[in-house]
Ligand binder design. Structure first.
Ligand SMILES: [Zn+2]
Length: 521
């Protein structure tokens, strides 16, 4: 366009609660629309004016006022908004601006989505405002109705999405109910199995592609494949599994039988674009359909995933990546390669992000040294674990094999003791009431009983924790991991993840390793 560079453009963006259910995200979407428009038309932008959280029903907005001042000073002579309602929802005041103030002061105004340009003299401009008002009110009302009806159906646990999650299909008798698709469900199970073994998304994706297992997309694409002449597209009979698909499946609660909906929402009725909802706003209804993965397996996999992540942007592979935590502030420790020295170093993430607030300290370590020390340490513990088990086994098979039974019996006996103590506490109280003992005697005896009960309760709690630990890991499986670990010069990441839960690094170079199995001391 000719002459566009003679305009000094101000972009005006506004968002408020009374514009409906829009989050601050749409500031971003307004901005991107405006920037795209400006770029396409070669305009020169002088300034951007943003009123976030200000109603359009009046003009008492800081950025709007600043923009009007800049217009008066001649700093800008053109305004662009996404639509007219951004400028104002008070149609009398807005009309005053568009019909009088802008033309009188030779200011050009464009409302992109309403097709308004005050410098182009066509009849469209005259009716556009009214059209826009009517459209606005009508469209908004309809959009709200659809949204709220979908919402209430989701809350009933009805499956309302048009597309089925991989592993399921729609019940032929009820389109809002999911039933298992056996062929796909087996793939979902395989993916969880591979994740349980400590594999990364990337590894699982490659494995599935290698085994020529059809991707979710390859099922849905059937229809367009018949029309698509792109050779690449037609040749993808099985498809290529990508990390994000694996991640989406491994983190989708739908596989436990719960309906999780409302993950995305439309920004507003004018834009087709959807945005991700806050997880707190998901609509979850439990046990609406048959599970493919049981809940405890699913939850366990969720705890593994952060450790299994192999960050794609990182070129270097670190054996201990994702396992390192700051012992002092408990945030993650990151590993970075330093070009200058050709070495990698650790840093406390919390320190790095907020270094100016002195919230933590550097926790700098030469990564290679740290890795060596840590592996030596793990090796030591593993050897001790095996030795101790051997001794235990040779002394008494029974004791070793059923540690969990032993714990269970201990808990039971402590609980019986506490029940008896409660009885004697009652009895002491009755004795006091009957005057058999005096107040002083009563206090002394009852205090003693209470103390003993408290002690027992503490023991029960710690035994119960031990019980959880005990049940978590199968002893035989751990022994296998340990043997594998000890047999390797350089262990694999999968093995490390199976043996180590977290590694705490302290500023004074101390290293604490939390193992997945019960540590031997
Ligand atoms: Zn720290």
């Amino acid at each position: 366009m000719v002459g566009n560079s003679s305009f000094k453009v101000g972009l005006y963006i506004r968002l408020s609660r009374d514009d409906g259910n829009i989050e601050s995200d749409s500031i971003v979407s307004q901005r991107s629309l405006l920037n795209q428009y400006v770029k396409e038309n070669n305009y020169i932008v002088v300034d951007e004016y943003v009123d976030d959280g200000f109603s359009g029903t009046n003009f008492d907005r800081p950025s709007f006022k600043r923009m009007m001042k800049d217009l008066e000073l001649g700093k800008i002579n053109m305004i662009i908004t996404k639509d007219m309602s951004r400028l104002g929802r008070d149609y009398i005041g807005t009309g005053e601006l568009i019909e009088k103030y802008f033309p009188n002061n030779n200011i050009r105004y464009i409302a992109i989505n309403d097709g308004i340009d005050t410098f182009i003299d066509n009849t469209n401009n005259d009716i556009a405002p009214f059209k826009a008002i009517m459209n606005d009110m009508y469209a908004k009302d309809i959009s709200k109705k659809i949204k709220s009806s979908l919402h209430s159906r989701m809350k009933d646990g009805l499956y309302v999405s048009g597309r089925c999650p991989f592993g399921y299909m729609k019940d032929p008798n009820n389109k809002n109910h999911l039933v298992i698709n056996d062929e796909q469900a087996n793939v979902v199970k395989l993916i969880f199995d591979l994740a349980l073994k400590g594999n990364t998304y990337h590894y699982i994706a490659q494995e599935l592609t290698k085994r020529k297992i059809k991707t979710p997309a390859s099922y849905y694409n059937y229809v367009w494949n018949t029309k698509c002449t792109n050779i690449k597209c037609v040749s993808q009979e099985y498809g290529v599994w990508v990390d994000t698909t694996i991640k989406a499946i491994l983190t989708n609660r739908i596989y436990t039988g719960d309906a999780v909906q409302g993950k995305t929402k439309k920004i507003n009725y004018k834009l087709k674009k959807t945005v991700k909802n806050n997880p707190d706003d998901y609509i979850i209804v439990e046990n609406t359909h048959e599970a493919i993965i049981d809940k405890s397996t699913f939850n366990y996999v969720q705890t593994l995933l952060p450790k299994n992540v192999k960050r794609p942007e990182k070129k270097r592979f670190y054996l201990l990546d994702g396992l390192l935590y700051c012992g002092d502030c408990k945030h993650r420790i990151t590993i970075r390669y330093q070009n200058k020295t050709g070495r990698s170093y650790t840093t406390c993430d919390y320190y790095r992000t907020y270094s100016k607030y002195h919230v933590c300290t550097t926790h700098t370590n030469n990564y290679e040294v740290l890795e060596k020390v840590t592996l030596d340490n793990i090796r030591d513990v593993c050897k001790k674990y095996l030795d101790k088990n051997k001794i235990k086994e040779s002394i008494s098979n029974i004791e070793f094999v059923d540690n969990s039974l032993k714990i269970k019996k201990q808990i039971e006996s402590l609980e019986i003791t506490n029940n008896k103590l409660t009885e004697s506490l009652d009895k002491t109280y009755m004795d006091r009431l009957k005057g058999i003992i005096d107040a002083e005697q009563y206090l002394r005896v009852s205090e003693n009983i209470k103390k003993e009960m408290d002690n027992n309760k503490k023991n029960i709690d710690s035994l119960k924790n031990e019980q959880i630990e005990e049940n978590k890991i199968d002893n035989k499986q751990i022994e296998k991991y340990i043997n594998d670990f000890l047999s390797l010069e350089k262990p694999t990441r999968e093995l490390i993840i199976n043996l180590v839960e977290k590694i705490y690094i302290y500023q004074d170079k101390r290293v604490d390793i939390i193992f997945t199995f019960k540590n031997v001391t």
